[in-house]
Design a protein around this ligand. Structure first.
Ligand code: ZN
Ligand code: ZN
Length: 274
């Protein structure tokens, strides 16, 4: 009795997928070594995995990163929320002032209204309403135009900075994830590198510059840089990088340690020989 369908002729030399015996094995999972067929092969960043391993947070670490911050407020969002409260308070004070004086000057009224609108946009941004992401960029632009008319060119110069800040918030990957915007894998990779890739080495590198000014920090920055360097493993999943920063951190910390050591040594010697 023929048990196999004519469409799938038996081939004794071909290994069969353990999960799908009717399918030929195409390869083995990079992580666990399980054989997979065309049904359960998953490719992540150019490597083949079985479907179980492909879902593991270490394998698709960019997807894990995306899910971790999906819909979560970042520092920018909290800052915008605080700014919104400030704007609402200023707007309310300006309007109350105009109404009490009973001389409805156009400037105070306009600035008060503008402040309130900016505050409302900020609150909507904090809540995560999709329109507020773009609307926030227009708040400093509109107030720049208005302050240009009311207070002159000097106010325009100061008004540039809020525009730059809101535009960088608009382009910020973490903030896009809060708004549940689709983010490219390249952008996720950059954000992952910034927030999650060998943070000890990054801390050591940044601290080492501070250690040049404050000598007592040098042992801490040196230790962080050494730990960071030991963790470097570009072939791991996810890869651990920042080798250059770790080495730079060790060099700068050592310079600071030798410099401040000599300084303290000389000072101590001076006191003892007095
Ligand atoms: Zn696997
Ligand atoms: Zn299979």
């Amino acid at each position: 009795m023929e048990s196999l369908s004519p469409a799938q002729p038996p081939a004794a030399s071909e290994a069969r997928c353990p999960a799908h015996p009717q399918k030929a094995v195409l390869g083995a999972c990079t992580r666990c070594g399980t054989f997979f067929c065309e049904y359960d092969r998953e490719t992540v960043d150019g490597k083949d995995y079985c479907d179980t391993c492909a879902e593991h947070p270490d394998v698709d670490y960019l997807e894990a990163f995306r899910l971790k911050y999906w819909g979560k407020r970042d520092a920018w969002t909290w800052l915008v929320g605080l700014g919104a409260l400030f704007n609402l308070a200023v707007g309310a004070i300006l309007l109350a002032n105009e109404l009490m004086n009973e001389d409805l000057g156009n400037t105070g009224l306009l600035l008060g209204m503008l402040s309130l609108v900016g505050g409302v946009v900020g609150v909507c941004f904090w809540v995560g309403m999709p329109f507020a992401r773009l609307a926030l960029c227009f708040v400093p632009i509109v107030s720049l135009i208005v302050s240009g008319f009311t207070s002159g060119a000097e106010a325009v110069g100061r008004g540039i900075w809020p525009i730059i800040i809101t535009l960088s918030i608009y382009n910020n990957t973490r903030n896009k994830l809060f708004f549940k915007e689709e983010v490219s894998r390249e952008a996720l990779q950059k954000a992952w590198h910034l927030y999650h890739n060998n943070t000890v080495a990054r801390a050591g590198f940044m601290l080492s510059f501070l250690a040049l000014l404050i000598g007592v920090l040098a042992p801490i920055s040196l230790l962080c840089s050494i730990i960071g360097l030991m963790r470097v493993n570009p072939t791991a999943t996810p890869p651990v990088g920042r080798k250059g920063q770790a080495i730079a951190g060790i060099v700068i910390s050592s310079v600071s340690l030798v410099g401040w050591g000599a300084f303290f040594g000389a000072t101590l010697l001076k006191i003892l020989l007095r």
